[in-house]
Design a protein around this ligand. Sequence first.
Ligand SMILES: [Zn+2]
Length: 270
Amino acid sequence: MYWQLVTPLVLVLGLIVGSFLGALTYRIPRGISISDGRSFCPRCKKTIAWYDNIPLVSYIILGGRCRNCRSKISIRYPLIELTTSVLIFLTYVQAIACIGADKNIVCEYFSRFGWWSLPYLWIMIILLVAIFIVDLEKKIIPDEFSLSLFVLAVVGIVIGGFDDFYLRVLFGFLVASFLLFLHLLTGGRGMGLGDVKLALFAPVVLGDWRNVFVWISGSFLVGAVVGTVLIALRRGSFGKPIAFSPFMVISFLLVMFLSDKIRMILPVFL
Ligand SMILES: [Zn+2]
């Protein structure tokens, strides 16, 4: 294979997609069309030149400030670009490491779809990052995102010929029902309906009930840890709602990449 050639291309692809996601997650919740012209500085309204719009690189060269008015550029852009490219690159590296082995969720898809599993999982990751950002910033999960994920997950197991189709979908509805129960119990403060709809897709992808169990309990665990840290830092307080979907996304990605290792740590009752 042409690893030496493909590897830098994957990194560049990740940065470009990350840059696109930065703009998309800014525009969609604000009702601005994606095709609505080029990016501009929110303060001086000057259109950003292409050479000042190179993912990650431009932010560093410009020292995080607009070339025209020197106002600060939000850190969200380089963060989103970096995170997206790291996740896309990790999936690629993991797929290469899967050859001749059948290990975690990424490998399970790789063994069925070959290299097609990469664009498939990349689209899934892009949607997850988008949900993470929009829910964190705007406290909403657009239905287009969560339902696209569910459809993507179902199409994947149908085309991949997974024989436990009904079980996977059933798990999806079981977890979603559990979150819906929490939603009703807390009067919508602890858990949003957006979270309920988002939860449908993950069990379809993760399959095995042990993965599903680790994913959903992991979501609450990550949420508890982050919540405690925020309260300790006096950035949050009890009763003040924080978005739940970012924890589901983090836990999902951990299980997707580490399901084999998690199984080794938890053999006692799983
Ligand atoms: Zn400016």
